[in-house]
Design a binder for this molecule. Structure first.
Ligand code: SF4
Ligand code: SF4
Length: 471
């Protein structure tokens, strides 16, 4: 193949979607498991998920370190408690995660899918067990095709029981992020858990068992939105597992390799055999490829055996394959855009975390009625105050009003307002003023809440109005 022909061939493979073969559920993929660099990376990536199982057991200040306390509408993250008022920060965190995913995809393809995604990680664990119990892909296909026998029943029961144990552990760990883990264990064991806990547990068990055990790569293909949009995130600079067409083609069996007209691919199909999604990487970029790199391990092992250099399949961009130099990261518009959005969201999160107020205050003026004229002629206004104490200490506050002289304040409990630690209290405050103090129908006032503690004084201000009949 001439250099020009090879270049056209590479372009065709990338551009022509008719080359793609994606298993859309018509066959069960039994991938061969072999060792190698990328197989190790997959294990390292999936081992991070151990944190998912053990994190609910971490404690901080005598409570669960990470807890989504939905009944109390609080999100505990070690020393930090995020309240509904700070939920904008969670949105920024989600934007940060999404942009990180986009940036990584633009640079190195579906790294998340290949090494970290719960779907591919759980599928990998399930198929590892399947391989240990039922044997290699040939033995598994034979077992599936064989008539039911005691041996088949025993092997299938063993495999499905272990899958269910993993599904149960996954479901329990998930629910433990929403309730105290020890209390939850106890409530499940004593069968006293609330209905919602049972429903969540059952749903997650079922989803894990079906998605990782049966649907496998079909979840990526049919259900995952990220797999759908990833094609718009990658470009000619993105490094992906790529078959070196110029070097490999024309492919041919090893016997024919003596011929100088053959490329390095001996058409052993091991790269296809190890692919967990059943893709033939030699056919070009495929929607089914999760960039796990397992075909690189497979092909490298073959190249070692036939004394050819490794890297017939390797991480490379389309430009590299066409002999065009890759621009540095800081010169790629896509990477620059993602980096700017990343920095902005990170800055917002850091600012938000360092400016979470210890106490939040909201004041709502009563609308029905706007004011009451008392028998002595004075005007009464009613306000609903909601105060949130985010600190772990009980705080006591004094309330005063500015903007209206000689106004009388009536609090629910004597002279001060007591806020329990990590608590929210709504209460009513009545303000009473003489009509001759009011120069107009609406007088602007400011509620000032000041804590009694001398060390770390907290002062909160909230604007409102005092409404009277007008002059
Ligand atoms: S083609 Fe290669 S990189 Fe892509 S999913 Fe299959 S084994 Fe993984
Ligand atoms: S593993 Fe390598 S040599 Fe074998 S078919 Fe795939 S690309 Fe060709």
């Amino acid at each position: 193949m001439s250099e020009q022909q090879q270049q056209h061939h590479v372009e065709d493979l990338y551009a022509d979607a008719s080359h793609w073969h994606v298993n859309a559920g018509d066959e069960t993929i039994h991938a061969k498991r072999i060792g190698g660099r990328f197989r190790n990376y997959r294990w390292y990536g999936s081992s991070l998920w151990i944190l998912f199982f053990i994190t609910p057991f971490f404690r901080w200040n005598e409570q669960q370190a990470i807890l989504f306390d939905i009944p109390h509408r609080q999100f505990h993250l070690w020393a930090l408690t995020i309240w509904p008022q700070d939920v904008w920060m969670l949105s920024l965190i989600l934007i940060l995660l999404a942009i990180t995913l986009f940036a990584v995809t633009a640079i190195a393809g579906r790294v998340w899918c290949g090494y970290f995604c719960f779907q591919s990680v759980w599928t990998d664990w399930f198929t590892w067990l399947e391989d240990k119990i039922e044997g290699n892909p040939i033995q598994r296909r034979r077992l599936d095709a064989a008539a039911w026998s005691m041996r088949k029943v025993k092997l299938k029961t063993y495999k499905h029981s272990l899958w269910l144990v993993i599904s149960l552990l996954t479901a329990f760990s998930f629910t433990a992020y929403f309730a105290d883990v020890y209390a939850l264990w106890q409530s499940y064991i004593s069968l006293e858990a609330p209905l919602i806990a049972w429903v969540t547990l059952g749903t997650i068990v079922l989803c894990t068992y079906v998605f990782a055990g049966f649907m496998r790569e079909q979840v990526c293909f049919w259900l995952c939105p990220y797999a759908r949009i990833q094609s718009v995130m990658i470009d000619k600079d993105t490094e992906l597992p790529t078959y070196d067409v110029a070097r490999g083609e024309p492919r041919g069996k090893l016997r024919a390799q003596d011929s100088a007209s053959h490329g390095d691919c001996i058409d052993c199909r091991l790269c296809v055999g190890v692919c967990p999604t059943g893709v033939d990487i030699r056919e070009g970029l495929s929607e089914g490829c999760i960039t796990c790199g397992l075909c690189i391990d497979a092909c490298d092992s073959i190249m070692d055996k036939v004394n050819r250099p490794r890297g017939l399949i390797r991480y490379a961009s389309q430009k590299e394959m066409q002999g065009i130099d890759l621009p540095p990261l800081f010169k790629r518009p896509r990477v620059i855009t993602y980096a700017i959005v990343l920095c902005l969201s990170l800055g917002g999160i850091i600012y938000g975390l360092s400016h979470i107020p210890p106490v939040e205050l909201s004041v709502i003026h009563e609308r029905q009625p706007l004011f009451i004229q008392m028998s002595d002629g004075s005007i009464l206004n009613k306000y609903t105050i909601k105060a949130v104490n985010k600190t772990p200490h009980t705080l006591e506050f004094q309330l005063r009003i500015t903007g209206l002289d000689a106004v009388k304040i009536k609090l629910p409990d004597g002279d001060s307002i007591k806020l329990e630690a990590k608590g929210t209290i709504p209460f009513h405050v009545y303000l009473r003023a003489k009509p001759d103090q009011l120069k107009q129908a609406r007088t602007k006032i400011v509620f000032i809440l000041e804590s009694n503690n001398t060390n770390d004084k907290i002062k909160l201000k909230k604007k409102s109005v005092f409404i009277g009949p007008g002059r």
